[in-house]
Design a binder for this molecule. Structure first.
Ligand SMILES: Nc1ncnc2c1ncn2[C@@H]1O[C@H](COP(=O)(O)OP(=O)(O)OP(=O)(O)O)[C@@H](O)[C@H]1O
Ligand SMILES: [Mg+2]
Length: 230
């Protein structure tokens, strides 16, 4: 797909959680488009709906109203297995809490998404090596997650998110648990990945981090607005 083409589009998307007698409108009427090659920061106070939005962008959850289109196709009409395939092949997800499997080596953790649909591809070993190289973790390939620093674990999580060479990388506060220096290194890595053509969406509480991204979306009380200061 050429640079600038549409990857994801939200059309008046809402997410509402019924909680007993109370209804939480976690996301209200969100409409925007993510284009190929964009770098977007999502900002907003705690509880404003950022993670809810990220889950919807990654098809980890479905909207209560409105429509989400992936590459122009409504996600709602896809079967669960079609959605799972797109998620596995085209979307990389990085969470704040790393979510690495403690008993597996770094290499085995990074290789996990490759075996998602049965047997791994013939070039699986090469792909894992390339992903580890990209995040600078080649020399820790045989360590277990418990033998790594926080920043190193986050790098492994990013390598795992990239091993399928996804079109879009979604990261929900990927530097929230890290010291300033490590956070800056992860941020540089995202910038480099974007320079190489990846579409990147990063949730952050930090206006300084957000300033590194060409586009900013603000979420407040479930409402998404474009640009402006944090
Ligand atoms: N599974 C759920 N069931 C009910 N309410 C939920 C659920 N998930 C989130 N919420 C509510 O939706 C709102 C938005 O939550 P969300 O996790 O998207 O916020 P956030 O912006 O990511 O916050 P933070 O910065 O603290 O991570 C909150 O009021 C939260 O309580
Ligand atoms: Mg959150």
């Amino acid at each position: 797909m050429p640079l600038g083409s549409e990857v994801l589009r939200l059309d008046r998307v809402g997410k509402r959680y019924p909680m007993g007698d109370v209804i939480v409108d976690a996301l209200v009427d969100a409409s925007f488009t993510l284009n190929e090659g964009e770098a977007v920061a999502i900002l907003g106070p705690s509880g404003s709906g950022k993670s809810t939005l990220m889950h919807l962008l990654g098809f980890l959850d479905s909207p209560s109203s409105g429509e989400i289109l992936f590459e122009g196709r409504p996600v709602a009409v896809l079967t669960e297995s079609q959605r799972a395939r797109i998620r596995a092949e085209k979307i990389g997800f990085v969470f704040q809490a790393f979510n690495l499997l403690p008993r597996l080596s770094v290499r085995a953790n990074v290789a996990l998404p490759l075996a998602y649909h049965g047997s791994p591809p013939a070039d699986a070993a090469d792909r894992v090596s390339r992903a580890l190289e990209l995040v600078g973790m080649t020399n820790r390939a045989h360590h277990k997650p418990g033998e790594l620093s926080g920043g190193q674990r986050q790098r492994v999580a990013i390598a795992r998110a990239l091993v399928n060479e996804p079109r879009i990388l979604l990261a929900d506060e990927p530097t929230g648990n890290l010291d300033t220096k490590t956070a800056a290194a992860i941020l540089d890595l995202f910038k480099e990945l974007n320079r190489l053509g990846r579409t990147i969406v990063v949730v952050t509480h930090s206006p300084e981090i957000a300033a590194n991204f060409r586009r900013q979306l603000h979420v407040r009380d479930g409402r998404v607005t474009e640009g402006g200061s944090a």
